[in-house]
Write a protein that binds this ligand. Structure first.
Ligand code: PGA
Length: 252
């Protein structure tokens, strides 16, 4: 059975006090849920990672980073390395989010290097990808997703996928209120599994968790999560409110 995961990407939101409070409230509100194997993840901004890790200690909540640089160290002003994150207790990093690709020009080639740095440091990534609206309209969405995966991940060995969580996020559904239908999500997730099986093995494809992201909210989470190849969600806006995020976790 694949691990179920609900991850909250806080993006550029919450100062130190707000981050600690949100984790504190979340700890309290998920206490009543029987989560067992479900992973609950939050991704605060870099400056609030240390205090968030402390706040989340001895709870079910895992604190992860939203990005990192691929180099170990050097002249890269403003950047943070895998090793620096690991040293403060962060083991997982979101990579390739569409906002990073769009506003910060992150390329598949750079992402391939970032993934390598994750593996070298024995860390884990939530690797994001997904097509633009124009790709879907021109029916190129499968091709685009396949090339994003093959360019950034398909140089890896099958066993490396133990350290990879995939997050399919159609760009047209992020922060727009427009969600992919559960059928569209399932169709793409099944396709993703099929290309992983083709490149690696059925076992690798069956084991990797694939999250859906893009305007997931309490009202649509249950239906999306009910699809067989959807193993959870990467949540933006709705992760900022304890009640909404808890309801989404409950829906898994
Ligand atoms: P959203 O963001 O839930 O606000 O659409 C999802 C994401 O960017 O991961």
């Amino acid at each position: 059975m694949r691990t179920k995961i609900v991850a909250g990407n806080w993006k550029l939101n919450n100062n130190k006090k707000e981050s600690k409070q949100l984790i504190k409230d979340l700890k309290e509100s998920i206490k009543k849920l029987k989560l067992k194997d479900t992973r609950v993840i939050v991704a605060p901004t870099f400056v609030n990672l240390s205090s968030s890790v402390k706040e989340a200690k001895k709870s079910k909540i895992e604190v992860v980073a939203q990005n990192m640089h691929q180099a170990k160290n050097g002249a890269f002003t403003g950047e943070i390395s895998a090793d620096m994150l690991k040293a403060i207790g962060v083991e997982t990093v979101i990579l390739g989010h569409s906002e990073r690709r769009t506003y910060f020009n992150e390329t598949d080639a750079a992402l391939a290097e970032k993934v390598d740095a994750i593996l070298e440091n024995k860390m884990e990534t939530i690797f994001c990808f997904g097509e633009l609206l124009e790709d879907r309209k021109s029916e190129n969405h499968f091709k685009v997703v396949e090339s994003q995966l093959s360019n950034a991940l398909f140089h890896l060995k099958g066993e490396d996928f133990k350290s990879i969580i995939l997050a399919y996020e159609p760009v047209w559904a992020i922060g727009t209120g427009e969600t992919a239908s559960p059928e569209q999500a399932q169709e793409m997730h099944a396709f993703i599994r099929s290309i992983i099986e083709k490149k690696y093995t059925k076992e690798v494809a069956e084991k990797v968790s694939i999250l859906y992201g893009g305007s997931v909210k309490p009202a649509n989470a249950e239906e999306i999560f009910s699809k067989p190849d959807v193993d959870g969600g990467l949540i933006g806006g709705a992760a900022l409110k304890v009640a909404d995020f808890t309801a989404i976790i409950k829906a898994i």
